[in-house]
Design a protein around this ligand. Structure first.
Ligand SMILES: *[C@@H]1O[C@H](CO)[C@@H](O)[C@H](O)[C@H]1NC(C)=O
Ligand SMILES: *[C@@H]1O[C@H](CO)[C@@H](O)[C@H](O)[C@H]1NC(C)=O
Ligand SMILES: *[C@@H]1O[C@H](CO)[C@@H](O)[C@H](O)[C@H]1NC(C)=O
Ligand SMILES: *[C@@H]1O[C@H](CO)[C@@H](O)[C@H](O)[C@H]1NC(C)=O
Ligand SMILES: *[C@@H]1O[C@H](CO)[C@@H](O)[C@H](O)[C@H]1NC(C)=O
Ligand SMILES: *[C@@H]1O[C@H](CO)[C@@H](O)[C@H](O)[C@H]1NC(C)=O
Ligand SMILES: *[C@@H]1O[C@H](CO)[C@@H](O)[C@H](O)[C@H]1NC(C)=O
Length: 415
């Protein structure tokens, strides 16, 4: 007959063994396949006591993690809404320091989605009453925008965020979107294509602090053609300004920064790679500040010959330029136009000169008879009117500017 102390000793030892066993048990893991499943240890037999297993699921690109539980049976006490005994905690991020998306126990098999690439699942059991455990299923789900969650720093330290994107299309948002972004955030997203592909970026929504000086000195989005270090700024947004931007090469960088006060919902950005025949033929653009102001220019010319230039020539022309030159012969002459120099924004793949263009019309503008629409460096071109009047219109868009053009005309006799 064992005495009560021996029984107690044996019971304690048994408990100790299972406790040690549980603590030493290897469980959890890193999961990166697009879909899969995992189970509590020993499933469907009862899980060990005192265990702590962590699964980290990692997707890539514009994909979140969707987690479901085909089966769950954990210890549950009906007065314990906080799942203090055995539980599954799900975090929105690569570690348990990130936001808790849900803490589950009993048979609470509700599905949970991450808002970003990583999801962490922590399963813990206490020292008593183990149950069957759980069967978890996960899969990656494509989403148009991936939101990054950051915790604002109470000491107002700088918040770092951003990431690198190499998949052919994707989207991202300011941190915590659509909830307000943190103060003192500094995010850098680098989008990198390969081969003959450039990056096209749009901002469907922008809600940042606006700035009455319009120079976005408080909170801003900057878009660079290439790495941020090269400072080839092609876009500056704040307030509710949106915009579309195109790189001239394989890399485009978006930098978001907020100051130490006033925060707003933030922005959504979407990009895709666009095939171009060649990257190298595109000349280095001159970054310009988008003033939003239209530069009016042009004149009426009635002399038998003359010349005119893009605004600022040979310095880069302004953005948002719209110039109209009207060449008129009082007699019965035709007008012959050529360009000793031309370098106007163009894309190899854009035969329509959609960005900046020199349009030549036969007669007055009202006739709308386009003779030619030029961009790039067409110096060898010569355009001839069929009437005694010709109109030349130069327009530039909100980004990239070049030297422009030098035009020369003369009257010619009718054949
Ligand atoms: C997910 O759960 C179901 C049961 O509901 C199962 O049939 C399926 O094979 C599971 N696994 C994966 C990887 O989806
Ligand atoms: C489980 O393990 C993680 C990582 O080691 C740790 O942060 C966490 O506090 C542990 N939880 C419990 C309940 O022991
Ligand atoms: C979950 O547990 C509750 C309470 O224990 C029970 O009433 C319910 O039927 C269970 N549901 C499932 C799907 O097992
Ligand atoms: C998770 O995402 C999928 C796909 O977008 C959706 O069908 C499902 O309702 C989401 N689940 C939750 C809990 O939000
Ligand atoms: C950006 O492009 C989209 C479609 O490609 C267009 O609907 C939108 O108006 C453009 N936004 C700006 C500011 O140009
Ligand atoms: C753009 O504006 C900034 C600030 O006003 C100025 O420092 C910079 O020289 C300007 N850049 C160009 C290309 O005009
Ligand atoms: C104009 O383009 C041609 C071929 O596309 C190139 O060889 C030439 O150097 C260019 N000229 C200038 C001034 O950029």
């Amino acid at each position: 007959m064992m005495d009560i102390r021996t029984v107690a000793f044996i019971l304690c030892s048994l408990l100790e063994i299972s406790r040690t066993h549980g603590a030493a048990l290897k469980c959890g893991g890193a999961l990166a396949e697009p879909k899969g499943e995992f189970f509590s240890p020993n499933y469907p037999d009862p899980y060990p006591v005192s265990i702590n297993c962590t699964w980290t699921i990692q997707s890539t690109g514009n994909r979140i993690v969707e987690l479901t539980f085909p089966f769950m049976q954990l210890e549950y006490v009906n007065w314990d809404a906080d799942c203090r005994f055995d539980s599954i905690s799900v975090y929105d991020g690569p570690a348990s320091e990130h936001r808790l998306l849900g803490k589950l126990c009993g048979n609470e098999t509700r599905p949970i989605n991450s808002t970003r690439n990583e999801l962490t699942v922590v399963f813990t059991s206490d020292s008593t009453f183990p149950k069957k455990g759980f069967h978890a299923n996960y899969s990656f789900v494509d989403v148009p925008f991936l939101s990054e969650l950051v915790t604002p720093s109470p000491e107002l330290k700088d918040v770092k965020c951003g990431g690198e994107w190499t998949v052919s299309e994707g989207g991202f948002t300011s941190p915590n979107y659509p909830h307000h972004y943190p103060n003192k955030a500094h995010c850098t997203w680098t989008i990198k294509s390969t081969g003959n592909r450039i990056v096209e970026l749009t901002f469907p929504t922008v809600e940042l602090e606006s700035d009455w000086m319009k120079d976005c000195r408080f909170d801003s989005i900057k878009v660079f053609d290439g790495p941020a270090s090269e400072q080839r700024l092609i876009g500056l947004l704040c307030g509710t300004q949106t915009g579309n931007f195109t790189s001239t090469r394989n890399e485009l960088t978006v930098v978001f920064s907020s100051d130490s006060s006033t925060s707003h919902p933030g922005f959504k950005a979407q990009y895709r790679f666009v095939d171009v025949p060649s990257l190298s033929e595109y000349p280095t653009p001159v970054p310009t500040n988008d003033t939003e102001e239209t530069s009016k220019c042009g004149s009426v010319m009635v002399e038998p010959k003359g010349e005119f230039f893009s605004p600022n020539y040979p310095e880069p022309y302004p953005n948002h330029a719209k110039c109209t030159w009207s060449i008129q012969s009082a007699g019965d002459h035709l007008i012959e136009l050529d360009f000793p120099f031309m370098l106007v924004e163009y894309r190899q793949w854009d035969g329509d000169c959609r960005f900046d263009a020199v349009s030549v019309y036969d007669g007055p503008l009202a006739d709308d008879k386009l003779l030619n629409r030029l961009c790039g460096n067409h110096t060898a071109i010569s355009v001839k009117s069929t009437k005694n009047e010709m109109t030349v219109v130069f327009t530039s868009d909100s980004t990239f500017s070049y030297k422009g053009f030098h035009a020369h005309y003369s009257f010619a006799d009718k054949p």
